[in-house]
Design a protein around this ligand. Structure first.
Ligand code: SF4
Length: 186
């Protein structure tokens, strides 16, 4: 992870390197069987170099706590490591350019469950694993067994905490999905 951290801080594989303050590798324990993957760092994350530190991050921390987990028990990262300008969605060329960093991270952690959060991250993994492209509203809380370099794992899409901030009715669904996900690693 230290080598990867150095690589992303010096990476210029895509244009997002020009606007970043800090590339954000991820946070948590590499011993975790759970890896959560969001879309991209936002303004606050770019400032301090940590993932999920804004209001969506606080909401997510609270939900993790409700299922008995803390930040230190899981690993959290994003598909792209540098903030897109004005928090726009990362483009496919940027996601592709950064996917090698994400793959190396996942190889190093070898989790039992990869949990993409939101449509963008879910689509990335659906494409990667040759799964049907369905929207997050159709696949959240479902498990998909996938072949990975370290054997087998589950892909387990979740709503993005930022979506929950805009639509609080999703909070209960995200919490239920987290509980179902926990059953896979107990
Ligand atoms: S987003 Fe990824 S590929 Fe693009 S510059 Fe940052 S670390 Fe490199």
């Amino acid at each position: 992870m230290k080598i990867l951290e150095e690589q992303i801080q010096n990476c210029n594989r895509c244009g997002l390197c020009h606007g970043r303050r800090k590339a954000v590798l991820g946070e948590g324990t590499i011993e975790s069987p759970l890896v959560f993957v969001g879309e991209a760092p936002g303004r606050k994350e770019d400032e301090i170099g940590r993932p999920f530190v804004g209001s969506a991050g606080r909401l997510f921390d609270g939900l993790l706590g409700q299922v008995g987990l803390g930040r230190g028990d899981v690993y959290i990262t994003n598909m792209v490591k540098c903030r897109p300008p004005k928090n726009r969605r990362p483009r496919s060329d940027e996601i592709n350019a950064c996917s090698q960093h994400l793959d190396e991270q996942l190889d190093a952690i070898a989790p039992a469950v990869i949990a993409p959060m939101g449509n963008s991250a879910t689509r990335h993994f659906q494409r990667k694993f040759g799964l049907e492209r369905l929207r997050i509203g159709e696949v959240h809380g479902e498990k998909f067994r996938v072949s990975v370099s370290w054997g087998q794992a589950f892909l387990f899409p979740l709503y993005h905490p930022a979506a929950v901030l805009y639509n609080r009715t999703l909070e209960l669904e995200l919490r239920r999905d987290l509980e179902s996900m926990m059953a896979l690693v107990r």
